[in-house]
Ligand binder design. Structure first.
Ligand code: MTE
Length: 321
């Protein structure tokens, strides 16, 4: 898939995906063109099928929680499997093939920092302990495209409860795996690996904050962040960190991957707001992937009734970028 070609009509030349800070246009075109030729959706499907059976397969499909409804159709699964941001495996959208190198079992999650007791827990123990459900959520990338995904997983609040944070903890920091031997992107030393994100405790325990273990009625694909990723649908997609191995409770506001790289463009809060433009492009509307349509973007991506109260009294903060 050629991102620049696809987006030519919607964004000015100066507007960009984050990677264009680091790669010139010619190199980017060459790289994405090469990957597009080498990966077809059929190959991506075959690679997933070639994996050993997932030990959590019996938990799927999980029962849908009907509370979270949509205003648009679910994005075609094939689209979601072949259009991803996962910089650990490259800076184009065509990361499905390289991401298959990620080994997702055993997968141990470390929980530390301001907690009663540090602990480590395997992904399968965690899932069976807390149980999973399905939720339909919209996903809005800062790059002005959106998808609609049937995620499976559990509320992040359940993990927080399991972790027993101290009253002094104010934030939850999350980190992705770090393994240069499988993730070629992590050999690019100008990025501040590992990928890192953070939420306030109030955000982390909001009912919408969801730990994803599955999508489309089965374990989530590697390129979508297996075996454990975040979905915070009222925020721009870069907050929804993939393939998490480490949760740290802290009293210091975490500095995220993109914030470390370009704080002027990617901040801590990153709540969706159609009226606050990204420095290089408008956020007023979004391309609904797979439909060829644009829609007006919604404040908090349409989830204001759940989250607007979290930001009362914080109006002086840079809440929207
Ligand atoms: N998590 C990690 N570890 N690495 C990434 O590059 N990209 C983010 C987010 N989480 C990213 C990540 C961005 S910019 C987006 S829009 C979403 O993942 C994309 O999720 P998707 O590929 O499932 O659509």
């Amino acid at each position: 898939m050629n991102v620049i070609h696809r987006r030519g009509w919607e964004l000015p030349e100066s507007a960009a995906t984050p990677e264009r800070f680091f790669f010139d246009r010619r190199a980017f075109l060459a790289a994405s063109g090469a990957v597009a030729l080498s990966l077809s959706p059929t190959i991506a499907r075959a690679q997933r099928a070639a994996d050993a059976p997932d030990p959590s397969i019996d938990l799927y499909p999980a029962k849908r929680n009907g509370k979270y409804t949509l205003d648009r159709p679910i994005t075609d699964e094939e689209k979601n499997l072949t259009y991803n941001n996962f910089y650990e495996f490259g800076s184009s959208k065509a990361v499905a093939k390289p991401a298959q190198a990620l080994k997702i079992r055993p997968w141990t999650i470390k929980i530390d920092g301001m907690v009663e007791k540090e602990q480590e827990i395997g992904i399968d123990d965690l899932m069976r302990k807390v149980g999973i459900e399905e939720r339909l959520y919209r996903h809005r990338c800062v790059e002005a495209w959106s998808m609609t995904v049937p995620w499976s997983g559990f509320p992040l609040a359940k993990l927080v409860e399991l972790a027993k944070p101290l009253a002094s903890a104010k934030y939850l920091q999350m980190e992705t795996f770090l393994d240069k031997s499988v993730a070629s992107g992590q050999r690019q030393s100008w990025y501040p690996w590992p990928y890192r994100e953070g939420l306030t405790m109030a955000e982390a325990t909001n009912e919408l904050a969801f730990m994803v273990t599955g999508a489309y009625g089965k374990p989530v694909a590697k390129q979508m962040g297996a075996p454990l990723r975040l979905a915070v649908p009222w925020k721009y997609g870069f907050k929804s960190i993939k393939s998490i191995t480490h949760f740290t409770f802290t009293d210091k506001q975490p500095k995220s991957f993109w914030e470390s790289l370009q704080a002027a463009e990617y901040g801590f809060w990153a709540n969706v707001n159609p009226e606050v433009s990204h420095p290089r492009w408008s956020q007023a509307s979004e391309e609904v992937l797979g439909t060829g349509q644009r829609r007006p973007t919604l404040l908090f991506n349409g989830y204001g009734e759940y989250v607007a109260d979290l930001y009362k009294g914080l109006e002086k903060e840079r809440l929207w970028a």
